[in-house]
Design a protein around this ligand. Structure first.
Ligand code: FES
Length: 189
């Protein structure tokens, strides 16, 4: 499987409630490791590592992309804050020392750590040659907490009441559009 291929559990998995997630077998056998409240089971770590990324409808309400990159797990809203692009197909690159996912639609850069939108600002538009440097637009993509317990991966949704731009694309309408796009047969090469 290439790094851009994604495993989607959205349509085949029933929504998980908090209580069902917390009753995972790994928890009953592990008394010393506690999950954060309202954690939702995503999958086995080995499966996520193999796939590189997994998109899943979490708690019946939010499409979350879980990524494994350079030994770390990350989770964020699946659809890009700019226009709902499918981030699960984006490349991961480093800009200004920060790992970012690059949206495949219009190439916006979003940091994996904080969900910040990065852009290149021009220092002085009259200077030749133009000199640019990276700046942050602030947090644009909702980032969620990922926890691994005994080889199982859980997400705790970021329920901050402060609006984040990617929230706009967490609706049934955009979910249907995404699912339709994913189910379209890929053109033969
Ligand atoms: S939709 Fe992601 S950059 Fe436009």
């Amino acid at each position: 499987m290439s790094s851009k291929e994604v495993t989607s559990l959205t349509s085949s998995s029933p929504p998980l409630s908090s209580s069902s997630s917390l009753s995972s077998p790994s928890l009953s056998s592990s008394s010393s490791i506690l999950l954060p409240p309202a954690s939702h089971f995503i999958g086995k770590k080995e499966d996520i590592v193999k796939a590189g990324r997994v998109s899943k409808l979490v708690n019946g309400c939010r499409d979350v992309l879980v990524l494994f990159h350079q030994g770390q797990l990350h989770a964020m809203d699946t659809r890009c804050y700019h226009s709902g692009g499918a981030l699960q197909y984006g490349d991961i690159e480093e800009f200004n020392g920060q790992l970012c996912i690059v949206c495949p639609w219009h190439k916006y850069k979003i940091t994996l750590a904080e969900g910040e939108g990065l852009y290149q600002a021009v220092e002085d538009p009259t200077a030749k040659p133009l000199r640019t440097h990276w700046r942050s637009k602030g947090v644009k993509q909702r980032i969620h907490k990922v926890t691994e317990v005994n080889g199982e991966v859980y997400v705790t949704l970021n329920d901050s009441i402060e609006a984040i731009e990617s929230d706009v694309y967490q609706t049934e309408t955009y979910r249907s559009v995404s699912l339709k796009a994913q189910s379209k047969p890929k053109p033969r090469k």
